[in-house]
Design a binder for this molecule. Sequence first.
Ligand code: MG
Length: 158
Amino acid sequence: MKAVFLDRDGVINRDLGYVHRIEDFHFIEGIFEALRYLQDLGYTLFIVTNQSGIGRGYYGIEEFEELTEFMLRRLKEEGIEIKKVYFCPHHPDQGCNCRKPEPGMVLKAAEEFGIDLKRSWLIGDKESDIEAAQRAGVGRTILLNGETLWERIGEIKE
Ligand SMILES: [Mg+2]
């Protein structure tokens, strides 16, 4: 299968910094259209998100999971299926292998779902997202520089 790996904050929702409350979760303009477009091209969608706010003690896994449920429900209402959400809860000092730019989350998804990484995309808004993709062997990437995914979607044609 071919996949699109999506960073969350700054790609799906506005990055307000350590977003963990539903009232602070604002979908970015055009994201539903962009994700439906990718689905229609036959991509399976995953989210790979650093959540060091958990490791830093700003919020708990339960709050993260509640927000994830809300996000997935809204996406589903818009006809979008996210196959799985991978998150790294660790503090940067913990030296884990999942916090981007480490490739752990992408590699885990590839192993669990048999993803052809060369035919896949990763979309992020930070260099560390792109580095994680490159280390994992994801063939194609988009680094959003203040644009929305919908504004860049034309780069993905097949
Ligand atoms: Mg981001």
